[in-house]
Design a protein. Structure first.
Length: 332
């Protein structure tokens, strides 16, 4: 299990983590807001009558912006945050970017694609059961105008948006808390709580109530975290997360969705209580299938301490990517 040992590589003092967070803030929040500010300024000069959506801040159609372009602008902070990790991980921490992604020698695309396909199947089955059982109802909502652009956004931008979240929560923060606590369960719980709390302002929470919706986000954080720890990398979590958001962008949406799109179907009758139990069920099925397919270790590893690597790197040494070898660990 090398993924957490990667946190001990390169420059690891607190000031380097602080510098990385500063760079992420500049790219995601400062530079990421420039497209939105620019477009709003142009629309104001043109004399567009603004109608801000208090119920869904991600809905930019009230600013005279087309739905697809609005989604693109809204997702720019995530895209730039992803690029910040790619650009600055090695200069700041003196360890390769891939050490933030996986404990393997290279990113395992076969796992990423398997997770995406399996989660797509499980989501589809869940949606069909929800519809035909009458628990939820779907209405055909297809609008050919701009749907091709929506497909391109879903396939090329959504993976970067979810990739940034996985890099930040299940990668950077989980590794950081693992280094700090020398445990696996503590980073899992901490990042789950942070991930869930940052979704508190989503419109679904306001529409259906925190007690009905927040458990979904908390469970997602726990589910993705377990996949990361047990599989020693982000591949499964990122693949499932990406297809989950792509599914919500292209196939099924609702009025209070965090990313309002012109998807193929719109939910006219939504049952958040059923949603959370269905989510738990298909997540457990996913975990069971992944554990069998990839021969995961015993789940007791979630509660084992992390032992310091046998070898350590000089913090002033630059690790060249071709020469990089992950540190070895001792397990009782």
């Amino acid at each position: 299990m090398e993924f957490f040992n990667n946190a001990f590589l390169g420059k690891t003092k607190f000031r380097y983590w602080l510098l990385m967070f500063l760079l992420l803030f500049i790219f995601a929040e400062v530079l990421g807001s420039i497209p939105f500010i620019t477009v709003i300024a142009i629309q104001a000069i043109r004399g567009v009558d603004f109608h801000y959506s208090a119920t869904n801040p991600m809905d930019l159609t009230g600013f005279g912006i087309s739905p697809n372009f609005g989604i693109l602008i809204a997702l720019m902070p995530f895209v730039l945050g992803f690029l910040a990790f790619v650009i600055f991980m090695k200069p700041v921490h003196r360890r390769p970017f891939k050490t933030l992604l996986t404990g393997a020698t290279r990113f395992r695309w076969n796992r990423f694609l398997w997770a995406a396909l399996m989660w797509l199947v499980l989501l589809s089955v869940y949606s069909l059961v929800a519809h035909f059982s009458g628990v939820e109802q779907f209405r055909w909502n297809f609008n050919p105008n701009g749907f091709l652009w929506l497909i391109l956004i879903a396939l090329f931008i959504i993976p970067l948006q979810t990739g940034f979240e996985e890099l930040l929560f299940r990668g950077y923060l989980m590794q950081g808390f693992a280094r700090l606590t020398l445990s696996r369960w503590a980073p899992l719980i901490i990042t789950t709580l942070i991930f869930g709390s940052l979704h508190y302002s989503n419109p679904e929470v306001k529409q259906y109530g925190a007690w009905m919706v927040m458990p979904q986000y908390l469970w997602f954080g726990l589910f993705f975290g377990i996949c990361t720890i047990m599989d020693d990398g982000l591949e499964l979590a990122w693949g499932a997360h990406a297809i989950n958001n792509i599914f919500g962008t292209l196939f099924v949406t609702q009025e209070a969705s965090a990313i309002p799109t012109q998807a193929l179907f719109s939910i006219t009758k939504y049952n958040p209580a059923f949603d959370i139990w269905a989510l738990v069920a298909i997540s457990l099925i996913f975990i069971w299938l992944a554990a069998k397919k990839y021969k995961w270790p015993n789940f007791s590893i979630l509660f084992r301490r992390i032992h310091l690597p046998l070898s350590d790197y000089n913090e002033n040494e630059i690790i060249a990517e071709p020469e990089y070898q992950p540190a070895k660990s001792i397990h009782k």
